[in-house]
Design a protein around this ligand. Structure first.
Ligand code: ATP
Length: 240
């Protein structure tokens, strides 16, 4: 694996009295695409929310690029280079596409020229957003909303882009298009941590992966190893 960008060890987190994550260890190397798979309720979203500071870490460590961020909250995570594309995209529905994208850069005060250049870059990467730049986000198709949410993520110039359920509710052609965009984003040096229900397409995109089961990492390996593992094939791909 490449030098670590994100190193999580012994992470425990949950909601009040309810513990969801039980000692999670996970690493994303610089420049890597890593996927996290697991059944409904396994704790995948909670793990992403803990990394981005939205859920408090009760125990353990979350280090990004050498700096500890556990306990720092969302602003520390964002300013340390973590962008989170949440499940369901969570766009501002009555704001334009352009303004939604600019929300991703809200911490980049005094960087107007660089922000404008990055906005152009996102519009070039996603021509459908460029055509709809002044439309309300609510008028976008599901695939276009996911493009907008990913674009908003990269407007913060992250080191790590985390995406929760890339393909949920989208047509296969939209998923293919978004997968190509993620490869393009990754080629610019941004590491990606992808949570995905569609295990086959996640392993296709990622070079390594982790399986989360009831709040614990139960398997990890290269995508080829996981795709060949009988436990993964039976539980998540519906094949023996
Ligand atoms: P899914 O694929 O269904 O989104 P997931 O693997 O992302 O599942 P989480 O959403 O992290 O799983 O949920 C893990 C557990 O935490 C579940 O038992 C869920 O009920 C619980 N949970 C999630 N959000 C909250 C919350 N805000 N308050 C209390 N419990 C929660």
């Amino acid at each position: 694996m490449a030098d670590p960008l994100l190193s999580i060890s012994g992470l425990e987190a949950g909601y009040g009295e309810i513990r969801v994550l039980w000692g999670v260890d996970l690493t994303v190397g610089k420049g890597e695409i890593v996927c996290l798979v697991g059944s409904n309720g396994a704790g995948k979203t909670t793990l992403l929310r803990a990394i981005s500071g939205l859920v408090k870490a009760d125990k353990g460590s979350i280090v990004i690029d050498g700096g500890e961020i556990a306990g720092g909250g969302p602003e520390v995570a964002l300013s340390s280079g973590i962008a989170h594309v949440p499940e369901g995209r969570r766009l501002f529905r009555t704001m334009s596409v352009k303004d939604n994208l600019l929300m991703g850069a809200y911490l980049r005060v005094g960087e107007d020229k660089a922000v404008a250049a990055d906005l152009d870059r996102v519009m070039t990467m996603f021509p459908r957003l460029a055509e709809r730049r002044n439309q309300d986000a609510a008028t976008l198709s599901g695939g276009e909303q996911q493009m907008c949410a990913i674009g908003r993520g990269i407007m913060s110039r992250p080191k790590l882009l985390m995406i929760d359920e890339l393909s949920l509710g989208l047509a296969p052609t939209a998923v293919d298009m978004l997968s190509d965009s993620l490869k393009e984003i990754n080629a610019t040096g941004i590491s990606i941590l992808l949570v995905e229900q569609d295990v086959m397409s996640a392993l296709d995109l990622a070079s390594r992966g982790y399986v989360l089961d009831r709040g614990r990492i139960t398997m990890s390996g290269t995508s080829a190893e996981l795709a060949a593992a009988p436990e993964v094939r039976e539980a998540y791909m519906g094949v023996a």
